[in-house]
Design a protein. Structure first.
Length: 363
């Protein structure tokens, strides 16, 4: 059976999450920044939406340079809040995992997946599954993603980058060599500027040229292992499997409130169904938790949390509900602003087998 591998990449992830939280941002350049704190403008750009990219703002450039490029433009410079993005990522990856054979998460915003069995090695069926996954992510989180499908991880990753944003590119086995051949070698995973310069020194600039390079020339330059990878990758014949991701170290759910509120009781009622869903996920995975946090995204889009750690792992729904309600009440008293979204996160996960309920420890 022909192997079918996919790669999913959430488009301009941090900035797109901010656009979902505040739709007014979609009309302006959005730059998510990692501020160092040394000065008002010290730090670097984590990511930017496409309006900002069109003005020259790229990931990794200094914030002061980004501001210079955006001078006179109504742009949004937003502080990166990793916990917020992690919660969204976990929900997306869990959703994708339910619709593929194997998921291998490789970053907060990207993952490989295998569809060989579910598609019966048929790329038309795999394309339908890819389209379904894209629709589910939009419906669930309001986020677009780009998906690539091919016979190997290398091909799938290149394909996912081929029609960004919101693309779906399918490279069938018989088109793999022609798809790859004209691409620059920098498109291959592991080929950075230094390796590209070394390849250019032996006359190799494209993937096609790399595939035709004698193996002894590559081994002399890069060693046997890397030479073998280059030849396999350049023909799309690399066989590295999609490996199941490790069990998550935390689980979370966040909901958007019907309207902003400072009333913890109102917020809790709207979060109640999500708490039950999270409990169901814990039970299905056979895990319990030692720590729980209530999460509040406030009207100014800042994130606040309150947490509690238990002496022993627990998993009963009543404790989850009671603790979350109490933590939300504490947050509402300290936040000073209305809740826009609220959530719950459980972590320090442990196998639930033979675990007792909290009531046994409280006497």
């Amino acid at each position: 059976m022909v192997r079918v591998v996919g790669h999913l990449d959430l488009d301009y992830f941090y900035a797109q999450v901010e656009e979902v939280l505040d739709p007014s941002l979609k009309a302006k350049p959005v730059v998510v920044c990692v501020f160092s704190g040394r000065t008002e403008d010290s730090g670097v750009v984590a990511t930017a939406n496409y309006l900002a990219r069109d003005l020259g703002v790229k990931s990794g450039i200094p914030i002061v340079v980004a501001k210079r490029k955006l001078q006179g433009v109504d742009a949004a410079m937003i502080r990166m809040q990793h916990e917020k993005y992690e919660a969204v990522s976990e929900r997306v990856m869990s959703l994708v995992e339910e619709n593929v054979d194997v998921l291998e998460q490789t970053g907060i915003d990207e993952a490989f997946f295998d569809l060989t069995d579910s598609s019966n090695g048929d790329f038309e069926q795999a394309k339908e599954i890819g389209e379904q996954i894209k629709r589910l992510i939009v419906k669930s989180e309001g986020l677009t993603c780009s998906v690539g499908l091919g016979q190997s991880k290398v091909v799938a990753k290149i394909a996912s980058d081929y029609q960004k944003p919101n693309g779906l590119t399918v490279v069938v086995p018989e088109s793999t060599v022609s798809f790859l051949s004209s691409l620059p070698v920098t498109k291959l995973y592991g080929v950075g500027p230094k390796v590209a310069d070394a390849l250019e020194a032996i006359g190799v600039r494209t993937v096609g040229e790399l595939s035709r390079t004698p193996v002894q020339d590559l081994e002399a330059k890069f060693g046997r292992k890397l030479a073998a990878y280059f030849l396999a990758a350049s023909t799309g014949s690399d066989s590295e499997p999609v490996s199941p991701r490790e069990e998550p170290t935390q689980l979370s759910r966040i909901v958007t409130l019907k309207q902003n509120t400072s009333n913890a009781e109102v917020a809790f009622e709207q979060l109640s169904e999500a708490i039950e869903d999270l409990h169901t996920r814990l039970v299905s995975r056979g895990v319990s938790f030692r720590a729980i946090s209530a999460i509040a995204i406030l009207s100014d889009l800042t994130v606040k949390t309150k947490s509690k750690t238990f002496e022993a792992p627990i998993s009963d729904l009543a404790t989850m509900r009671d603790t979350t309600k109490r933590l939300l009440t504490e947050l509402s008293g300290a936040a000073g602003k209305e809740f826009r979204r609220v959530g719950v996160r459980v972590y320090e996960l442990a196998n639930s087998e033979n675990q007792a309920s909290l009531s046994q420890y409280l006497g």
